[in-house]
Design a protein around this ligand. Structure first.
Ligand code: ATP
Ligand code: MG
Length: 367
């Protein structure tokens, strides 16, 4: 017999499904915008090659995973060509490229106080493309490309991954909780939250754990390990998504979204747990990882004097699948976590988003 609860849950899922299917028609950016971004990327590549003729500019992030929405930025990495031989030459490249881009008329700014140097660029709206486009250029960042491919492989395993990501990204933007520079979580963080739910929580699972598949015998060490400075990272995952068995889970998108909100509202242990999608079960404890107290570290100010600033917070602990010492949730500050990403919003939206068709329509318009 169907209980009242079950009936209520089914209604919630049905309502969410309605919301999701209208949204999905609206939020995917038109093909013209994607091709405009690709063209911009080609122009940038040409400029990079003026500095180093065999340099490469490799895109990553949502342009590659297919998780792009209308407001998505372009993320790319600059890999210098063989002309750049010394570390000193490499160190100079970011500021040289910044100058070059400015000469070419781009609004470009090099940020050096970030974890890694990064050039932020803005392409003002043009007749051809009426939307402003943000572009980030990083330097020699292999792991970003690798995690992009991991996300892409998961997306290839099941069509519901991309649909769910687009809906959650839409929701997070509407709620203003998708701004890592303003105390909340990056899109990448939301994708990891979704993957954890789909790999480890929903039953039967929608996704296998690609990092825990058997490593084929002829795999070379380079495909398993990546060395960066002092650190060695295990970067292996199965890219052979063709041979992965389709999921036995037949849930609708609405049911999965309902389950996602339900999990993060009522079940996930925000205080003590670390989301770790590489790990069997998907969870570690903050205690075991030593991710408990906020750590401070010295930061150089412009005039060279050392100051201390809080670098690592563990209000929301979300382990990077390859750089396991890195907390992707680190960008979440107190207000962003408690008033935004964490329980308040999830609980609130769980009730509002799923309550009734009328509620869904209202949320769509008002959020
Ligand atoms: P959007 O469409 O909002 O730009 P996106 O899919 O491009 O979404 P981003 O958050 O821009 O996602 O992230 C792009 C890439 O940047 C990720 O694949 C990841 O490599 C890197 N990245 C983003 N945020 C973090 C973070 N907090 N820690 C580590 N890497 C991150
Ligand atoms: Mg991006």
């Amino acid at each position: 017999p169907v209980t009242h609860y079950e009936q209520f849950f089914a209604e919630q899922a049905f309502n969410l499904d309605q919301l999701a299917s209208t949204l999905l028609n609206e939020i995917a950016p038109p093909e013209s915008e994607i091709s405009f971004r690709r063209k911009l990327l080609q122009d940038l590549k040409r400029i990079c090659q003026q500095l180093s003729p065999t340099a490469k500019l490799v895109p990553f992030g949502s342009l590659v995973t297919g998780f792009a929405t209308a407001s998505s930025d372009i993320d790319c990495v600059f890999f210098p060509g063989s002309e750049v031989t010394t570390e000193d030459e490499f160190t100079e490249l970011p500021s040289l490229l910044e100058k070059k881009l400015q000469e070419e008329g781009f609004n470009a700014q090099l940020l050096t106080r970030t974890r890694v140097p990064i050039i932020k660029m803005v392409q003002k709206p043009t007749a051809e493309n009426p939307q402003e486009i943000q572009c980030d250029i990083g330097f020699r960042n292999h792991l970003a490309i690798r995690n992009t491919h991991l996300l892409l492989s998961y997306s290839e395993c099941d069509a519901r991954v991309k649909q769910m990501v687009l809906v959650i990204k839409w929701w997070a933007k509407k709620r203003h909780i998708n701004s890592p520079y303003r105390g909340t979580l990056s899109s990448y963080g939301y994708v990891l939250m979704i993957l954890h739910y789909l790999i480890n929580i929903v039953q039967p699972p929608v996704l296998p754990n690609l990092q825990l598949q058997r490593i084929p015998e002829n795999t070379s060490d380079d495909e398993i390990y990546h060395k960066q400075g002092e650190n060695i990272y295990n970067i292996w995952f199965s890219q052979d998504t063709e041979s992965i068995q389709p999921s036995l889970n037949t849930s609708t998108l609405g049911e999965l979204l309902r389950g996602f909100f339900d999990y993060y509202s009522y079940k996930f242990g925000w205080g003590q747990s670390v989301i770790s999608i590489r790990t069997e079960g998907g969870l570690l404890s903050k205690q075991d990882k030593g991710w408990t107290a906020a750590k401070s570290r010295a930061a150089n100010t412009v005039d060279g004097n050392e100051t201390w600033e809080v670098k690592d917070r563990y209000l929301f602990a979300l382990e990077d699948p390859f750089e396991t010492s890195h907390n992707v949730g680190r960008t979440c500050n107190g207000p962003g976590t408690y008033g935004g990403v964490r329980r308040g919003i999830f609980f609130d939206d769980m009730v509002k988003l799923t309550g009734s068709i009328a509620g869904v329509a209202r949320i769509r318009d008002e959020l």
